[in-house]
Design a protein around this ligand. Structure first.
Ligand SMILES: Cc1cc2nc3c(=O)[nH]c(=O)nc-3n(C[C@H](O)[C@H](O)[C@H](O)COP(=O)(O)O)c2cc1C
Length: 403
């Protein structure tokens, strides 16, 4: 996204962490994208970086003092935050996080935060501070209240320790901000969307398992698109290499049985359930407690796993149920048959297999099959655009009915 100058306004709160100098890069990246950035600094941040750096980068006054008389009649901490698209706090110290979690407003940054509607928090601190249960609890408290947390990264910290606590990569923070201020239609606001993504693993013995090539990218794209459109999203994911998207509740599972349990207890209260995962159809009949020894012949007996989608479809109530059919042949026949058998509302069909590039790729070419008999072929496009098309279809064809 590239905002036109002045079209988006952000309040950047800088607190007194060693990563405060990285906030200058953040401010600069945002200004380059056309964002009007207003920096507010805590007293501790002022000891680590000079306000002139931010003034020079943003061309706006840097706000530091709650009691400085306003130049106009309006009260800065109210008007500036009310007019802005979001407040970004980077770095966010353990102290700031603690204050925000407890409603303390004893300086300009924390006072403005109580006014802001949308807040992104980027914690950065020593690993032991970050792992302190009080800090972890405060972060969870903020997350549960709708604050968006951009998790810190792991690595060598300024204090010399190794571990989690380093401010997230500033480019990643800018990406999150971009997404949040891009102005996507909030047509899923107030909706609960449950998404599954990725493969599953069915253990054979302590060192082997059955899995598949699913990367989880399609399910992730759907979860992120739904969150950007205002949905309250829960993503139940099998083992994937992908980083957890921010602003989305993540539940990690390994086996189909675990995924089944997590889905079943949430599906009824969801407005939409989208099964984009590739759960294994089979699991070993018996899981060996010891490693199976190498031998000339070994027969692995399999049994069927739970059919998660069919179980949700069987008692779906008002939940809109969406499945995926990854087929190597007879796509339409198979997708429509599954749609009916599983009592789904929509099936997203695609060809997979050798040369399709779907598993792990960034693009997908799908056909939507609706319960009404309609089918819509979409051209090959990025998984994010496919996600948008699926949510557009769900919104205009089913959601009005479940309001
Ligand atoms: C050199 C230096 C680096 C610091 N780095 C951090 C840090 O990365 N994260 C953190 O939570 N606190 C850090 N602190 C401690 C905070 O500055 C301290 O808790 C302060 O009260 C935070 O105030 P504020 O949250 O109002 O900015 C650091 C202190 C010093 C002296």
């Amino acid at each position: 996204m590239n905002c036109s100058p002045g079209s988006k306004k952000i309040v950047l709160g800088v607190s007194g962490g060693i990563a405060a100098y990285k906030a200058a890069y953040l401010a600069s990246s945002l200004v380059k994208r056309g964002v009007d950035v207003h920096v507010v600094m805590t007293a501790s941040a002022l000891k680590l970086v000079a306000p002139a750096t931010f003034w020079g980068i943003t061309s706006n006054n840097v706000i530091t003092d709650l009691f400085e008389p306003p130049r106009q009649r309006e009260i800065v901490h109210i008007s500036l935050v009310e007019d802005s698209d979001l407040m970004l706090i980077a770095p966010a110290t353990a102290n700031i996080i603690g204050k925000l979690a407890n409603g303390i407003a004893d300086d300009m940054l924390t006072t403005m935060a109580l006014v802001a509607r949308k807040i992104v928090i980027c914690p950065a601190m020593n690993v032991h501070m970050y792992q302190n249960p009080v800090v972890a609890e405060n972060i969870e408290k903020l997350r549960s209240r709708g604050y968006i947390i951009v998790e810190p990264e792991s690595g060598r910290l300024a204090c010399g320790d190794e571990g989690v606590g380093r401010l997230a990569d500033p480019d990643k923070i800018v990406e999150v901000v971009d997404r949040l201020i891009a102005g996507a239609a909030q047509d899923f606001a107030g909706r609960k969307v449950l998404v599954t993504a990725g493969p599953t693993r069915e253990p054979i013995d302590p060192v082997r398992y059955i899995t598949n090539y699913s990367s989880g990218k399609m399910g992730y794209a759907i979860a992120v698109e739904a969150a950007d459109r205002g949905a309250d999203v829960t993503l139940i994911r099998g083992p994937t290499q992908l980083n957890a998207p921010t602003g989305i509740e993540i539940i990690n599972v390994t086996t189909v049985h675990e995924m089944y349990n997590e889905v079943i207890c949430r599906a009824a209260e969801s407005d939409v359930f989208i099964s984009a995962a590739a759960p294994s159809d089979f699991r070993p009949k018996q899981i060996h407690s010891g490693k199976i020894k190498k031998s000339e012949r070994y027969t692995l007996e399999l049994k069927q796993t739970e059919d998660i989608l069919a179980a949700v479809g069987a008692s779906k109530g008002k939940t809109v149920v969406v499945g995926f059919a990854a087929e190597t042949e007879n796509l339409e026949r198979n997708a429509v048959e599954k749609l009916k058998r599983k009592n789904a509302d929509l099936f997203v069909g695609n060809y997979v297999g050798a040369g399709s590039g779907v598993f792990g790729g960034d693009d997908n070419e799908v056909i939507l099959f609706s319960r009404d008999g309609e089918s819509v072929s979409l051209p090959k496009m990025s998984k994010r655009k496919v996600a948008k098309a699926i949510l557009d279809y769900i919104f205009s064809n089913f959601l009005e009915e479940v309001k």
